[in-house]
Design a protein around this ligand. Structure first.
Ligand code: FAD
Length: 598
């Protein structure tokens, strides 16, 4: 296993050749969530037929779990809103280490992307006069979040997949990419296996777009699907020579379900921000509306990091519930309004015997989103490695030190379209052939996977992944400090040693084999997170260092990581300034006054 974690080159050459399937396409899109789907549609619109692959069934990507909404400065209810204020809010929430170009492109293009999604059948909630409705979300100056109840992600992916099917874009389900095909200079495809048959597959393509999601599920308590967001995208990119950026910034959402109250299966699952957006109030076990102490102006709708730290502090100081949470209460609103605006929350808690129109929910912070990821050029998706592009939650840049709710879905379609259009212009060989060198690389990778599948040690990948989750939660969680981060790194080293003793039960179609591959993605991303969190000797947004509690202006820089022969290398890069129009909006200092909502 350890060899596999380093490089396929370390696997000894054998005479025996391994059988595999070859698929040759002009563009390979790895990831079938919103980002991958939007890239594919842009490619098809430009006359290039990509192949979209995912490790689940068609239409079943993590995007379906997105709940509360998607941001665009339509001004349906607040006509003074515009894209520069959307950009200013995003920079402010990101504590000014976002990539200003990425922010501007997202904010500027979103109104058109929303209208387009509506045209493609996304059933947005409407105002009485027939406009697309918009709700408040945390730390936004105006009502900017468009929504479909609290099932926005599912409705969005349905619309995108419907459009892709109408355009006859080919999808291939249930294939897991394990490594990109790279000669060290450029990417020329990807290698992996069919999760239903176990067959190895070589995808040959001169253009690979990674849209494989984020890494927040590495944490023990998280809001993602258990088997998604394991860091595949960033790890695959880094393995092929791309840089990661901002990987220390992990968003802890304030309101995750509390396992001790609702059962372990629900622990960390998201209670959408829409509950607070629709007026939900937080109380500690003493019945105090504690946000009055932490954020008297913005209250429950302050930024996620502020609300998450406030909840964590209430719990730490003994004012939490017996189950280790606080109360989130929306019952003061009309029953019908709650059922209409929050249908899946009403249904989910109802199935657990809790009527949210009458009683509060118990919540505590949960790892939710990785602001960090692959460092790209946002107008093109270029990673700096020829042939490799990236988009969606796999990348870093739009959100800086903290993400505004509703901005992630926005990024997937706003940037996805641009990346698809750019890649389409690069295609000159629709059916590239496989060279001898590429065949040799594929043989090595498949042999390495076969060896992984034959591992017969004492510890399973799921046990190690669970331990890795605990290490990150304990040592790179909401509150961080040098000594604890160092301890986390040495625990991670010890865990890596134990991968020599891995046992994989079942064949390549088994869940344990998938977890073993996940482990090879998770370890470098966990190490990168701890290392970058240690390097950033300040507090900023979601990254809070108890030993450096202040924001330090000299740290208005991004941390970049690359995987070199000597191990992970870190360096920093300064951040560009926003355009004059966006800077004006920043200087004007728009801000939501929560109390006018009450
Ligand atoms: C509970 C929850 C609620 C959220 N609510 C909101 C919200 O209201 N608004 C908002 O803006 N954002 C929200 N987000 C964030 C948002 O859902 C995601 O950031 C966004 O959907 C990411 O889309 P994506 O296309 O980049 O990745 P994903 O939807 O995660 O898709 C990744 C794709 O890559 C494939 N893949 C991954 N690894 C491999 C591999 N090794 N080989 C092959 N395929 C692979 C997967 O199968 C999948 O098809 C929420 C997130 C969570 C967890």
């Amino acid at each position: 296993m350890r060899d596999r974690l380093q490089t396929a080159d370390s696997v000894a050459d054998h005479d025996e050749t391994i059988d595999y399937e070859t698929v040759s396409v002009p563009v390979l899109v790895v990831g079938a969530g919103a980002a991958g789907a939007r890239v594919a549609i842009a490619l098809a619109e430009a006359g290039v037929e990509p192949l979209v692959i995912g490790k689940r069934d068609h239409g079943d990507a993590h995007t379906t779990w997105a709940a509360g909404g998607i941001n665009a400065s339509l001004g349906s209810l607040d006509p003074e809103d515009d894209w520069t204020i959307h950009a200013a809010d995003t920079l402010d929430e990101g504590h000014y280490i976002n990539d200003p170009e990425a922010v501007a492109l997202t904010a500027k293009h979103m109104p058109d992307r929303i209208r387009e999604l509506a045209d493609w059948g996304m059933p947005f909630d409407q105002t009485e006069d027939g406009k697309i409705n918009q709700r408040y979300f945390g730390a936004q100056s105006f009502r900017r979040t468009c929504f479909v109840g609290d099932r926005t992600g599912e409705a969005m992916l349905d619309a995108l997949v419907g459009k892709a099917q109408e355009m006859e874009i080919p999808y291939r389900d249930n294939v897991m990419v394990t490594r990109l095909l790279s000669d060290g200079e450029r990417v020329a495809g990807a290698m992996g296996f069919d999760m239903e048959t176990g067959q190895f597959v070589l995808f040959r393509s001169d253009h690979v777009v990674l849209a494989a999601g984020g890494s927040s599920a590495l944490y023990h308590r998280h809001s993602s699907r258990a088997d998604e967001n394991n860091g595949d995208g960033p790890a695959l990119a880094m393995g092929a020579g791309a840089r990661l950026m901002d990987i220390e910034f992990v968003q802890f959402h304030p309101t995750g379900m509390v396992g001790a109250r609702y059962g372990e299966k629900w622990d960390g699952r998201l209670v959408t921000e829409a509950v607070r957006g629709e007026g939900g109030r937080l109380f500690n076990a003493e019945g105090e509306r504690f946000m009055e102490r932490y954020s008297p102006d913005q209250m429950e709708l302050d930024a996620r990091d502020v609300v998450a730290r406030a909840i964590a502090q209430e719990i730490r100081e003994g004012r939490g519930t017996d189950n280790g949470g606080v109360y989130l209460d929306i019952s003061h609103r009309d029953d019908d309004y709650i059922r209409d605006r929050l249908p899946s929350m009403t249904e989910r808690f109802g199935s657990l015997g809790v009527d949210i129109t009458e009683e509060p929910m118990e919540v505590a912070p949960t790892a939710h989103y990785s602001m960090g990821g692959v460092d790209i050029d946002f107008a093109t998706g270029d990673t700096g490695v020829p042939g490799l592009y990236a988009v969606g939650e796999t990348v870093a840049g739009v959100h800086g030190a903290n993400r505004l709710g509703g901005n992630s879905l926005a990024e997937t379609v706003a940037i996805g379209k641009l990346v698809g259009e750019h890649v389409a212009e690069q295609v000159d060989d629709p059916t590239p052939t496989v060279s001898d060198g590429q065949r040799a690389l594929a043989q090595r990778e498949f042999r390495s996977l076969a060896e992984l599948g034959a591992s017969d040690g004492d510890v399973t990948a799921s046990e190690l992944l669970a331990e890795l989750g605990n290490i990150l939660w304990e040592h790179a969680g909401i509150l961080r400090a040098e000594s604890s981060l160092r301890e986390g790194l040495s625990k991670l080293d010890a865990l890596r040693d134990r991968t020599d003793d891995l046992r994989v039960e079942g064949d390549r179609t088994s869940r344990e084999f998938e977890f073993a591959v996940d482990l090879s993605f998770s370890l470098p991303i966990a190490e990168a997170t701890l290392r970058a969190a240690l390097e950033r000797a300040e507090s900023r947004g979601a990254h809070y260092r108890t030993d450096y509690p202040e924001t330090d202006d000299t740290w208005r820089r991004n941390i970049l990581l690359s995987d070199e022969t000597t191990g992970l290398e870190l360096r920093t890069r300064g951040v560009a300034d926003p355009s004059p129009a966006v800077q004006d909006a920043v200087d004007t200092g728009y801000e939501l006054d929560y109390h006018h909502l009450e």
